[in-house]
Design a protein around this ligand. Sequence first.
Ligand SMILES: O=c1ccn([C@H]2C[C@H](O)[C@@H](CO)O2)c(=O)[nH]1
Ligand SMILES: [Zn+2]
Length: 136
Amino acid sequence: MDKQQLMEQAISARGNAYVPYSKFPVGAALLTKDGEVYTGCNIENAGYSLTNCAERTAVFKAVSEGVMQFEALAVAADTKGPVAPCGACRQVLVEFCAPDMPVYLTNLEGAVSETTIAELLPGAFTTGDLDYASRK
Ligand SMILES: O=c1ccn([C@H]2C[C@H](O)[C@@H](CO)O2)c(=O)[nH]1
Ligand SMILES: [Zn+2]
């Protein structure tokens, strides 16, 4: 499973997006250390704030099956440049992925931005911050 294949899986997962409100389908593909892929799409709701993004769908699918060792993530949407994950997804990714884990952001024209979890959310609030508060 190379990065090109992972991005293709993200584009394919985009086809399952439930987006009657935004009409903006997004797909994600999360590669595990075991070589499995958990895909995700965005799933909207008439109560707009209940929308789940593609990235979080993929992470939650994996974690709900007891899988938390991840190797790489690809995200795809029909954007001018490589798609930008939202802040909520960046925070969730920080929770489950290593800071140096590669993330491939792409669009339908083949523009690719290769980044990392740490670059997506510098200065993230983490479990370490909670530990400090309970040190005594
Ligand atoms: O990286 C992104 C950015 C946006 N969305 C979704 C949320 C919503 O359904 C739609 C418009 O914001 O796109 C994602 O799934 N991932
Ligand atoms: Zn998001």
